[in-house]
Design a protein around this ligand. Sequence first.
Ligand code: ATP
Ligand code: MG
Length: 276
Amino acid sequence: MSDFAATSEPNVPTGQEPAIELRDVCKRFGRQEVLRGVNLTVFEGRTLVIVGASGQGKSVIIKHMLGLVRPDRGTVRVFGQDLNRVGRRGLDDVRRHFGVLFQNAALFDSMNVFDNVALPLRERTRCSEAEIRSNVEEKLALMDLLGSEEKFPAQLSGGMRKRVGLARALVLKPKIVFFDEPTTGLDVSKSNEIYRLFHRTQQQLGYTAVIVSHDVPKIFKLADQVALLADGVIQECLTPEAFQLSDQPVVRAFVEETMGRLYRSDAEEEGLYEKV
Ligand SMILES: Nc1ncnc2c1ncn2[C@@H]1O[C@H](COP(=O)(O)OP(=O)(O)OP(=O)(O)O)[C@@H](O)[C@H]1O
Ligand SMILES: [Mg+2]
């Protein structure tokens, strides 16, 4: 039980508003206790990266943020609204501001690239076909996909599929974007490309981002905060620099396992990061 207190808040500039707040979120599936009091704040316009071993509950956290899973205890607030209290329509209103890119990109196989990206506009807005066309083409251009509008998912490479997924996640100009392992199955250069695109579009559109990723340490370059989930709680939530040099034993073990001891001692020796 004392683990429940094992959390820390990042140093964030004052005046910054929380976009998402999880407070003491507990969740079990049957006899399996997955989340045991998760505390986490994502600030507007910032990028939170959630890391942790497989099966720890990272995707379950994202599902709580999306309102797809309800906590057994604790609260999930998005833009100050408690998702447990907003009701069906309220939840729909909140979700209107979300863009989501899951691991498999979840494209519709029977629709071509253009229609896949246009789908949220057709379902959720009353845009004219001309408006839809210009919006979709703008996103496809951003993702370097112009010329592929007529292709079907089966005719695309893995990297192209992710880019289509990213274009679709951004088409409604979301305020918060969720990426659950956006680069799984891609080679190094394709993953880098996805992260570059992510970075560029975030600068253009200014969205808040929550990313779950195993691409450590690469993903740290994009992060404002890195949160480690282990044993059902957020062990630390810190800037990437502070995270890599944390003395918290679980974080230290994670950093050494994913990045190696040498990296850490090199970084310390070279004074690359200030110790906090
Ligand atoms: N709907 C569900 N019903 C039952 N168990 C579930 C459900 N969703 C998740 N779990 C369990 O919760 C645990 C955490 O799952 P989750 O998918 O969040 O892990 P993860 O940290 O995202 O792992 P990975 O890095 O492999 O994606 C797993 O043991 C999983 O089996
Ligand atoms: Mg997962």
